[in-house]
Design a protein around this ligand. Structure first.
Ligand SMILES: *[C@@H]1O[C@H](CO)[C@@H](O)[C@H](O)[C@H]1NC(C)=O
Ligand SMILES: *[C@@H]1O[C@H](CO)[C@@H](O)[C@H](O)[C@H]1NC(C)=O
Length: 317
């Protein structure tokens, strides 16, 4: 009996050694590159080697967040999901729009590769009223990247929200002018949004989507970026498990930051200390709207990310 066990053990050991020997080189390179991707020089890092299953189940390391000419072809699933998000009175030819898009905007948006020995810190700044009186301005501005979204202004609110904006994520209905040094990042919810981006920098003839929109915006066209529809679907399915209709801008930016930053600090998310959901630049309204199912789920996931120490949240109170 003992002898038989030993024989089995020996053959297993030999088999294992052979396995290691025959594909050892590949394995070695694989592990090395895996580790390299997971290193970062911050005091805490969004991706750690000891990642827990909750996080790794949701986080697709190799998804490409930005649209480029070469990754622009959409699978049937992505295309039909994306087309269904918002009503469009006519469906443009996506391929033709993409061709036009990358004649105007850079095709090699290099945000973002994380390198070892580097700590890219990011502030994701939402528009919550909990920023008021927070005095977070200086803290926000020391981050390498400062992501802001939609109309959230800095002018007049510098003490609480800071002055720096490296990336501003918008869609046509929420667009504002940005500085020459800021990356304008479009979150497209329909092909018309891509057409609007082209129009805003060229003919300026698109005046309306499902509502009136700005016909033009000031921004450096060499710094324009577009979120990939497949990335948006990934956020919706993998992170939100299809809660709500589609992700909010804030949640899209949060997941974007998980992919491009080593350290993610979140400001201006959630309700204020009185439980009101309102924008720091608008008057307090009552609780309307924001308690919608999808938003609550986003909030839960954000808190989970905090619990798992993937992000830090600064609540202002
Ligand atoms: C869409 O545009 C592409 C590129 O311009 C063209 O090759 C294709 O035939 C068009 N498809 C349709 C259905 O019009
Ligand atoms: C903005 O930056 C671009 C280079 O990225 C430069 O060509 C352009 O002149 C700048 N515009 C202004 C108004 O500073």
């Amino acid at each position: 009996m003992i002898r038989r066990r030993r024989v089995i053990f020996m053959s297993l050991a030999v088999a294992f050694a052979t396995f290691l020997y025959t594909c050892g080189n590949n394995n070695f390179i694989y592990f090395e590159s895996l580790q390299r991707n997971k290193q970062c020089a911050c005091s805490f890092c969004t991706s750690n080697e000891d990642d827990d299953p909750w996080f790794t189940q949701r986080y697709k390391q190799f998804i490409e967040p930005l649209l480029t000419r070469s990754n622009s072809a959409l699978s049937k699933e992505v295309y039909s999901w994306w087309q269904s998000l918002q009503f469009a009175s006519h469906r443009a030819n996506y391929t033709a729009v993409i061709e036009k898009l990358f004649k105007i905007f850079p095709d090699n948006p290099q945000v973002m590769d994380t390198e070892p020995d580097l700590c890219r810190t990011c502030a994701v700044v939402g528009n919550s009223g909990n920023l008021l009186g927070s005095h977070y301005g200086k803290l926000i501005d020391i981050h390498d990247f400062v992501f802001r979204m939609n109309k959230g202004p800095t002018k007049g609110f510098e003490t609480d929200v800071g002055t720096k904006t490296t990336h501003r994520v918008i869609y046509p209905e929420s667009a504002v002018d940005v500085d020459n040094s800021t990356h304008l990042v479009l979150a497209p919810f329909k092909t018309l949004d891509l057409q609007w981006l082209i129009s805003a920098f060229t003919t300026k003839d698109i005046k309306r989507t499902y509502k009136n929109v700005r016909t033009t915006i000031q921004a450096n066209k060499n710094k324009v970026m577009v979120l990939h529809p497949a990335f948006m679907k990934y956020v919706y399915e993998s992170w939100l498990q299809k809660h709500g209709r589609y992700p909010s801008t804030g949640f899209l930016v949060l997941v974007l930051a998980l992919h491009v930053c080593d350290e993610v600090n979140v400001f201006g998310f959630g309700a204020d200390k009185n439980g009101n959901w309102h924008h720091y630049f608008e008057k307090v309204r009552n609780n309307a709207g924001a308690q919608e199912h999808g938003r609550n789920f986003e909030n839960e996931i954000t808190v989970q990310l905090l619990t798992k120490m993937k992000i830090q949240i600064f609540r202002g109170w």
